[in-house]
Design a binder for this molecule. Structure first.
Ligand SMILES: [Zn+2]
Ligand SMILES: [Zn+2]
Length: 264
């Protein structure tokens, strides 16, 4: 029998879960084939293989670096699986939080991250609009400490599935409220503010799994009963996959040339 590749199975599952959910519980009314959907579909397929390749490289790194602190590594891997999963979420999201803040504050990193903030419609498919450089950067920031600390392969596999699932969930165009859960786990209400067109607001809610991290570091923003109305940023980047790929490099080169000209 013909085996369906995982990349196709993944998109079919996402379509079956999120399209009906966004239809029934839409936060913002929008067309199914909204602006940039084809670009985001390209991101889905390229991101799947880039993500897989990155993980394989990180696993090799983990094998080479194992034993950096053997006692700690042994202690972590001997803990119950459930505890390892909870702690890996905590450490992984903390690392993501700081990597994400760097993406917003270091000018050349922002030229890559601006692509994720270019979506004017936030829905499950907008999740994957991430420049390959950023994808590798954030994955490395999240996973290297976890591999290094010695979490078991099972715990990391569960963490990886949880990370992907919650990333799609927080971008979903759904208006459902999660009264208690929203303080514990990131929800669409939490992450949509991060895509607000106003940069003062989009510089909030950097965590992607645990809102408490933003609360602790003073970057939490979730006003009661309100939702963002305009997403994206003022930069008018042409919505095609290839334009997105080259945009950060062009932008960094232009900025560099301006600085050189100013010095002359
Ligand atoms: Zn961001
Ligand atoms: Zn996002």
């Amino acid at each position: 029998m013909l085996e369906i590749p995982d990349v196709i199975k993944g998109i079919l599952i996402l379509i079956c879960v999120f399209i009906p959910l966004e239809k029934v519980l839409a936060l913002h009314q929008q067309n199914l084939f909204r602006e940039g959907w084809l670009t985001d579909l390209c991101y889905y397929f390229s991101g799947y293989f880039i993500g897989k390749g990155t993980i394989q490289i990180l696993i090799v790194f983990a094998l080479l670096s194992q034993g950096s602190i053997p006692m700690l590594s042994r202690f972590v891997s001997q803990q119950p699986l459930s505890l390892q999963v909870v702690v890996s979420i905590l450490i992984g999201d903390l690392c993501f939080y700081f990597a994400h803040r760097l993406l917003h504050t270091v000018p050349w990193l922002w030229q890559f991250h601006i692509i994720h903030h270019s979506s004017t419609n936030i829905d499950w498919l907008a999740t994957v609009r991430v420049h390959p450089f950023e994808q590798i950067f954030t994955k490395a920031c999240q996973m290297i400490p976890l591999y290094w600390l010695g979490f078991s392969t099972e715990a990391l596999a569960i963490y990886a599935i949880f990370s992907s699932a919650i990333a799609f969930f927080v971008h979903a165009n759904i208006r459902i409220q999660f009264p208690v859960v929203k303080w514990i786990i990131a929800t669409p209400e939490f992450h949509h503010w991060h895509h607000d067109r106003n940069p003062k607001i989009s510089n909030k809610n950097f965590a992607v799994q645990l809102p408490i991290i933003d609360y602790i570091f003073g970057t939490w923003h979730m006003p009661q009963g309100e939702n963002p109305t305009k997403y994206g940023n003022k930069l008018n980047i042409k919505t095609s996959y290839l334009n997105h790929l080259i945009y950060p490099f062009q932008s960094i080169r232009n900025r560099f040339n301006i600085k050189i000209r100013e010095k002359i």
